[in-house]
Design a protein around this ligand. Sequence first.
Ligand code: PEP
Ligand code: MG
Length: 552
Amino acid sequence: MTREIRGVAAAPGVAVGPVLWLASAPTTSATDAPGADVDAEIARVEAAFDTVAARYAAQAETARGTAADILTMTAALAADPALLDQVRAGIRAGGPTAHAVTEAVDHFAEQLTALGGMMAERAADLRDVGQRVVAELLGVDPPGIPDSAVPFILAARDLAPADTATLDPNTVVGLLTVAGGPTSHTAILAKALGIPAVVACPGAVEIAEGTEVVVDGTAGTVEIAPAPGRRTEVLAARARQQDAPTGPGRTADGYAVPLLANVGSAADARLAVELGAEGVGLFRTEFLFLGRHSAPTIDEQTARYREIFEILGERPVTVRTLDAGSDKPLPFLKLSEEENPALGVRGIRLASVDEGTLDDQLTAIEAARAATGTPVKVMAPMVATVEEARAFAARARELGVTSRGIMVEVPAAALRADRLGAEVDFFSIGTNDLSQYLFGADRMSSALAELHNPWQPALAETIAAVVAGARRHEVAVGVCGEAASHPEFACVLVGLGVETLSMAPRSLAGVRAALAAVTREQCEQAASAVLAAATAEEAARAARSVLRGGDR
Ligand code: PEP
Ligand code: MG
């Protein structure tokens, strides 16, 4: 009999197939026999780390965009001298070689988890490194994707970047994970690859290998053992999605909603153009700064921004200034440690401790704009107060930036949108952090993923307040958080008065198709239904009923 379980929608689309579980990792124990020759064991473990780091680096060479960036960072983790030192110490203390790796990895992974935020997410990557080194030492296959002649749904407790980066979307047609959140690596990479995904689905553990399921990465549901005939229905829906409309975003009655892309590298920018993005709504610039011990020079930054602006040509690009702080530590900023990094010195707050970095970045962005002629806007992340917005806009104006905006991702900024609107030209709502701070729920926590469900009526109400504040000043409002990539919720955002939507490039087709199937009035009615709902579930049901013409 068919049974439905719920998780969190992580990458849109629907897929059907048998479930195959990710091969499990090798285990080690303190009671395993230690090697006889300590120096030989140390040499063996060093070689195993080298091999694993080289494999990640080789995968990074062949991967694209986000996957390549994540694999490069994981290769660096595998080459971390502190990790290897701890493993050597474990072997010298008489421990079994492979278990010394497990223990060292556990030690560092626990520290990362305790830091929370982005650093906690690196713990999964570090454990992946450890499992691959252990497999290498034991001479067994590394944990990985099962082989299958037929397309399947890959199920796992969680997926590490090395697993996801090598996925072939023709074989792995859907993803299902027990852990993870809507902003985890699994979600980001699944979207980048265009594979429907449901994450944070504890009920998945009961699904036996080979059971047929339907994964709905838009609704966040999994149908176990679907009725006969359902398979044909799902395959037809997928085919329709592949034939989705192209061209600019618009509703069925012709209301234009520019569909923009979120990019973090030149590879992302190329993909965005290929998939018909009308511009870039969020250019995350952190990639230029991460892992560096000195700040990139103005010339270096200008060259990298130029590269991306040239790819976009005449399409507009919104650049976000550096959004890093204690949860994405940048060694050159010399920030002190914080108890609660997500609530610490991050985003625009960095300007209060290091003005030079912001000035250099604005100078480089403006130089790249002048050299390419690309229409460029610049926005600051994590703005909470009028003073911050005012100071940023003044500095950007002095350095020649013509269109200045802020991300609205702190509830204080949303509440005071009417005041902040007097300071800037546009708002871009970052629903990932806005949900995190609105609900007091860590965006990386799979246990709290339901609070990051975009259908939570409090999120819509906050967005409505931002739109109302913006309208008093004719300030444009876009959304660039993950909520914009949800096809049905994207229609609700349009109904709430949001003018542009920015998302991972591979999400564009689904949102374009959803908008093309509804009128602006239906979007407005769906938005009213969400605002009137008491719960997220009620909101989703009511909005879907309006958007599907009242048939459900
Ligand atoms: C957001 O917070 O919604 C956002 C788009 O920014 P980031 O995910 O980079 O924090
Ligand atoms: Mg954010």
